[in-house]
Design a protein around this ligand. Sequence first.
Ligand SMILES: *Cc1c(COP(=O)(O)O)cnc(C)c1O
Length: 230
Amino acid sequence: MKTITENLKNIQQHIIDAAEKAQRNTEDVQIIAVTKQVSIERAQEAISNGLRHLGENRPEGLIAKEEVIGKQAIWHYIGSLQTRKVRKVINQIDYLHSLDRLSLAEEIEKRANQVVKCFVQVNVSEEEAKHGLSVEETIPFIKDLAAYSKIQIVGLMTMAPNTEDEEIIRYTFKGLKKLQQQVVDLQIPYAPCSELSMGMSNDYAIAIEEGATFVRIGTALVGSEGSVSE
Ligand SMILES: *Cc1c(COP(=O)(O)O)cnc(C)c1O
């Protein structure tokens, strides 16, 4: 069983290599340790290893870990968020990675005590089972958010298809990067859109080559309960 320390060392080397390949600064890439499948103790171990960003995809998991870890971490909500659960989490998180509909924005507007940093989730690969807006829908959606004073669009988020085909994965990440640049060019005050949340255990190196500023890594970093290895 590998420790987080070992896994992190490995991952950091991959990040350095990928950044170098793309002539990017490693400081521009943040690791989000996705702790959704591990215990509070394991999440604390991530913190002891100097990781600051933690990602959870269920309100219950987030609240339980935050009660113990609190402000030592920056909290990312990375899963699809049901409208009725907004009240429970919206004032407990620093970033929401899954804004994908106006009804969610509306509920955030109602429940948030302050401006929420949001990523718009884009289904670049247009897989049926995936959440997120299509590429074509994204800019009109962002424009529609003008009415919501609590929403700030800090970036775009996507998940690549679960495939061995590196070209398909790369194409997905390139698509998100291109779309991000289009949003930046619009210079919308509430949508600076400087961040790109893309890349997971199997594809974070490709994501970094294509411009990711946040990679969301679970299995390869903290493992998953029962098999806390790899
Ligand atoms: C679980 C999850 C991750 C992490 O996945 P791994 O393959 O374990 O690294 C990243 N992003 C989202 C949205 C997730 O749900």
